[in-house]
Design a protein around this ligand. Structure first.
Ligand code: PEP
Length: 222
């Protein structure tokens, strides 16, 4: 059975109260051994989510959505890898929206990856195609074609499979996930592809009931 990953990305959404409600509604207690659920939430709610996940022994790993390319120090507003240590297990680096709206460069992304790895954080590295450089120390790759992100138009799973396979082959068989408008309807098409090791979910992770249905679908996938 292949190892599967379900990565939720809340992006710039959820107040403290909304995050609390979401986690209280997440009733899933046990996942199969081959499924890892990672919730990448805004910095402002990570601490409360960590407490609730521990209290209720929920099968969720926490992730941050980005990280500073600098270490601790006089960098007002930045969140360093050291500050995230012990709070999250994973961090997304290189999301398409960070590249596009915040002009994050390849050089900066490599620095972020070095910082994350130096503090033992696992990197979920995002790419939009096969030719982007992936840091040696990435744990997972999230392939997200820009046209599919948030557009309601997921890519053809057979095409995604080919791209994920190429990325994985070029990068010592790293697990590659697909992301971009995944819903309950499109999920099975991606899970059934041999070179896709799971999915990244943005919009469909915001509603706890919708996300639970995705978790259930991946859990029952053989
Ligand atoms: C994302 O941007 O990581 C993503 C998967 O978004 P959506 O599911 O909303 O397309």
């Amino acid at each position: 059975m292949k190892q599967l990953y379900l990565v939720a990305n809340w992006k710039s959404n959820k107040t403290v109260d909304e995050a609390k409600n979401w986690i209280f509604q997440f009733k899933f207690r046990k996942t199969p051994d081959n499924l890892t659920i990672i919730l990448c939430a805004p910095y402002t709610v990570l601490s409360l989510l960590k407490d609730e996940i521990e209290k209720a022994a929920l099968p969720i790993f926490l992730g941050a959505q980005t990280i500073s390319s600098f270490p601790n120090g006089a960098f007002t507003g930045e969140i360093s890898a050291e500050m995230l240590k012990g709070l999250v297990e994973y961090v997304i680096i290189g999301h398409s929206e960070r590249r596009r709206y915040f002009h994050e460069t390849e050089e900066e992304l490599q620095k972020k990856a070095q910082e994350a790895a130096s503090r033992g954080l696992k990197i979920i590295y995002c790419v939009e195609g096969v030719n982007q450089r992936i840091p040696e120390n990435a744990a997972l790759v999230l392939y997200e074609p820009q046209t599919a992100i948030g557009s309601g138009k997921a890519e053809d799973p057979a095409i995604s499979n080919q791209i994920c396979r190429e990325i994985s082959e070029k990068n010592h068989d790293i697990p590659v996930l697909y992301g971009g408008s995944v819903t309950e309807a499109t999920l099975p098409g991606f899970l059934s592809q041999p070179s896709i090791s799971g999915v990244g979910v943005g919009k469909a992770s915001l509603d706890p009931e919708q996300f639970l249905r995705l978790v259930e679908a991946v859990s029952s996938y053989e």
